[in-house]
Structures are given as structure tokens and as C-alpha cells.
Design a binder for this molecule. Structure first.
Ligand SMILES: *Cc1c(COP(=O)(O)O)cnc(C)c1O
Length: 380
């Protein structure tokens, strides 16, 4: 039934398949039976397999069982959910927070709840797919502006006659590792009566002195900013949140379909996130190690004359171009004991396939040095 379509995908280098990771996430892992340095996990602080985080999850299973049994609004709203929302609210310093079952749910759940036919959404061209899907599903007019181009964004805002205007941007761009010009965008909000949604999937726990995200990093605050963050990346667990005003959170509770029509997260996962957020607050050294490793690795790539596409963070792409070549380089690296996933369309635009490195705090200097020499060899 799908033979032709599948072979077309194969020919274009776009057929996807799963690699198997045996054992936990960590700086090294067994991938498809081969021991390798793992350089494409979003477990940026090494918390996914942290003993205290695991223990918190195990104790929560003993206390509260495994499943939440129902959606939050029926009977699935348990102590662990309330405590996690309180932790997030304090961590982010916002009036309120609401957890979602994943970052995908959070973006779709927020944008579709606050935007409709009479709205207009302005989205950076390189935003994550979940923002794009959310905009399409909301039925709002959907405008994409060139990557990080605030002048183009302003021209679009100026033309808009929509009743509600929402600008949406990744904080750290997930495939490029650069940071959105939030200060400049925030400067437009009052003038054009717009709101801003920042997707801090990759910035939560990573950016800012206390790991609170892009706003802390840039020293920006504005009442019309809505922050989304995920708990499955640097926080090491699973799930996501929207943080903002009490009124926003109340609207989401009443109108957000991905919040209303889904079973609540398992309480043990919430307990793991609570513990991980505590560690993030108490151990700034983890974040410092992440930044040192990031600087070391990026410099190593630049010295080898590789193009890192302007990355400013722990996400460091290496430009390749063609999809097949990116996948071939990824396989050759795995043979050499380094796992870096190739990224190709539709995740990134045509002709911009790349290897996407993510460095973590858990990597040793030795891991990073061997990975750099393997990369230099395959790119020769
Ligand atoms: C990973 C990611 C998401 C989705 O978060 P999940 O919790 O994995 O569903 C959303 N936005 C961005 C920018 C991401 O990188």
C-alpha cells in the first residue's frame, strides 16, 4: 500500500528509522549494540539518570501509584501535580503555571486556546514544528517572518488589523542553537498591542544565572509575555508547562483542549521534575560545566573550519547540505564510536541538512576531545 511512497522517501534520503539506546541516557551509551559517546541527547544537565531524581520518582510510585487515572479536570489532579505547578511558578517567578503532558501539547494547547479566526500569529521561520502545527490548528491568520528578523516582524505587525496578535518564537532555536532577539521583540508589544509566546524547551534549566530561561538570560520582563518550558530536556523528566498570569492559566484550564482531553501525567514523573528543579536551583555548577563544555566543543569545531551556523548555545549544528550526506556522516561517526544524529527536511529547510550536536554537563573533556577528532576525520 505504501511501497512506492516509502521507496521515494528512501531515494531522497528522507526515510527515517529508530536507533536503539540500551541502558539510561548519559554521556556514553550503547547505540544499536555499539558503545558510543552520545552527543545528541537533550539531557543537558545529566539529570535523566540522576540518583536523587530517580529516588524521587520511586518514592512517588510508592506513595501515589503509577497512573493518574483520569484527566486533571475529572479526578486526575493529584498532590504531585499541584506541587509541581507550585515549584514551576516559584522557579519562573510568575503568577501561575499549568503543566501539560509534553511541549508539543503545551504549544498546541496554549496557541489554540488564545487564538482563533479573528487572530493573527507571527512565527519565526525556524520555529519548532509544534508551534507551526499549533498556529495552523488555531485557524488564526499565520504569518512567518524571516529568522530573527525584527524589522520584518514589525512590518507585519504594523499591517495587521487582527483583534488579537500573538508573536511566537523559540527561545533557543532547536536546530540552530541561536537565541531569539527577545528584547527587541518585547519592545514592539505595547506599540502593536501584541502578546509574545517564548518556547523555552531548550532554555529551561540552561539559560540565565539560575537557569530560569531566556528572559532571565536577557534580563527582559513584560506582562504580555507567555513562557512555555519543557521538563523532558534539561529537567531530565517529561512534560511541559505554560507560565504566566493567573488569568492566562484560567483561560487555559477552561479552553485548552490538549489540557482538558488527556489523562494527567503520572505522579512519579511530576515528583522527578520537582526534584530536578530543586537540583537546578541548588547546583549552578552543573550549568557552568555545560557552558564550559559548550565553549570548548564549539571552538574545536570552528578551529576545524566547520560551519556551526551561528550557534550561541549547547545546541551546535554542523552544516552539511544534502540529506543523504548528513545521514552518511552520522553513520560513519557511529562506526567511530560517536553518536550525532543527522537532521534533514522537513525538520530543517531543504538543502540545510546538518549534524546536530548537543553538548551536556555530563561529558568529560576526554569524551569531547575524542568526538572532535572523529568529526575532523569524517569531514576531511
Ligand atoms: C522539544 C521541543 C518541543 C516539544 O517538547 P516535548 O516535551 O519534547 O514534546 C517544543 N518546542 C521546542 C523548541 C522543542 O525543541
Amino acid at each position: 500500500m505504501f511501497t512506492e511512497e516509502l521507496s521515494r522517501l528512501t531515494k531522497a534520503g528522507l526515510r527515517r528509522s529508530l536507533r536503539l539506546v540500551e541502558g539510561p541516557q548519559g554521556p556514553r551509551a550503547t547505540i544499536d549494540g555499539k558503545e558510543a559517546i552520545l552527543l545528541c541527547s537533550n539531557d543537558y544537565l545529566g539529570l535523566a539518570n540522576h540518583p536523587l531524581v530517580k529516588q524521587a520518582a520511586i518514592e512517588a510510585i510508592d506513595a501515589w501509584g503509577v497512573g493518574a487515572g483520569a484527566s486533571r479536570l475529572i479526578s486526575g489532579n493529584m498532590t504531585a501535580h499541584a506541587r509541581l505547578e507550585e515549584s514551576i511558578r516559584r522557579f519562573k517567578g510568575t503568577e501561575a503555571a499549568l503543566i501539560f503532558n509534553s511541549g508539543y501539547h503545551a504549544n498546541v494547547g496554549c496557541i489554540t486556546a488564545i487564538c482563533s479566526r479573528d487572530s493573527e500569529v507571527f512565527s519565526d521561520r525556524l520555529n519548532h514544528a509544534s508551534i507551526v502545527d499549533a498556529c495552523l490548528l488555531s485557524r488564526a491568520a499565520f504569518r512567518r517572518y524571516p529568522h530573527r528578523d525584527v524589522d520584518s516582524l514589525e512590518r507585519l505587525l504594523k499591517k495587521s488589523r487582527a483583534k488579537r496578535k500573538l508573536v511566537a518564537t523559540d527561545g533557543i532555536f532547536s536546530m540552530d542553537g541561536d537565541i531569539a532577539p527577545i528584547r527587541e521583540i518585547a519592545g514592539l508589544l505595547d506599540r502593536y498591542d501584541a502578546m509574545l509566546l517564548i518556547d523555552d524547551a531548550h532554555s529551561t534549566g540552561v539559560l540565565g544565572d539560575r537557569g530560569r530561561g531566556t528572559l532571565e538570560h536577557l534580563g527582559v520582563s513584560h506582562p504580555s509575555i507567555i513562557q512555555m518550558g519543557t521538563l523532558g530536556k534539561a529537567v531530565g523528566a517529561f512534560g511541559a508547562f505554560i507560565a504566566g498570569s493567573v488569568e492566562l492559566i484560567d483561560i487555559l484550564k477552561s479552553k485548552s483542549r490538549p489540557f482538558i482531553y488527556t489523562t494527567a501525567l503520572p505522579p512519579s514523573i511530576c515528583a522527578a521534575s520537582i526534584k530536578a528543579l530543586e537540583i537546578i536551583e541548588q547546583e549552578p555548577g552543573l550549568r557552568m560545566r555545560l557552558w564550559e563544555n559548550t565553549a570548548f566543543f564549539r571552538e574545536g569545531l570552528l578551529k576545524a573550519s566547520l560551519d556551526t551556523l551561528g550557534s550561541q548555545t549547547q545546541i551546535i549544528p554542523i552544516a552539511v547540505g544534502q540529506a543523504q550526506r548528513a545521514m552518511e556522516l552520522s553513520s560513519r561517526l557511529l562506526e567511530k564510536g560517536v553518536f550525532i544524529q543527522g537532521i534533514r527536511p522537513p525538520t530543517v529547510p531543504e538543502g540545510t541538512s546538518r549534524l546536530r550536536v548537543s553538548v551536556t554537563a555530563a561529558h568529560s573533556r576526554e569524551d569531547l576531545t575524542s568526538a572532535l577528532s572523529a568529526i575532523r576525520e569524517v569531514f576531511q
